[in-house]
Design a protein around this ligand. Sequence first.
Ligand SMILES: [Zn+2]
Length: 238
Amino acid sequence: MQENEHIIYKSTLLNQLDVAHGYSTRGFGDLRWNKNRQTFLTTLGMAYENLVMGEQVHGIRIAHVDDHQKGKIIPGTDGLISRSSGILLGVTFADCVPLLAIDQKAGVIGTAHAGWKGTLAGIAREFIDHMKNEGADIKNIYVSIGPHIGMCCYNVDEGRARAFQNRFGMNEKIASQAGNDWHLDIGMANYMSLSDAGVPQTQIDVSEVCTACHVDSFNSFRRDTKEAFGVQLGVISL
Ligand SMILES: [Zn+2]
């Protein structure tokens, strides 16, 4: 990918539903910078002033936000829920799992950031519970699990793999061992959590893109050097 090449990654499922959303790719640069956020959102046809973000502390706290929080970063939260039509919810990621969710009938949207800690602590279920509290109907919730590090590149120590086995059972699709090497699929773990929380499996779209394999297109915490490192931004709006 060329520098400054403005390619937006979209969920096939959310696209079919005509949901305003998108994930930035490497061509937009490091989305920790406001200037790059502005460029990305302008390309998407969205207004930067309406963006609300969570601080993202690898916890499971979810905040309900409205128009009063536009332009703010909500401290101590990894998930955001809103029913405000003027708002834009965002989540940054670089290997961690970004979740974008919507119930179009109830008019509820949400974003969540699930790294291994949040995934293990159950942020996906917490996220869906809060969507329901805001009026979403589990039958009408659609979720995009965005680009994240795949099992191919996410090798971990045995302790972390065992913790996932304790939480998710002996599922080779989530934690697998090859010799002394353990690998995790945190996208699949979140998929299972969402499904267990009641979201119909046909309404969950898991991105097949591994951010570490596709380091030309995506920033990767694991694969990038300190100098080259940046983050992507995922956004959704009603
Ligand atoms: Zn990979």
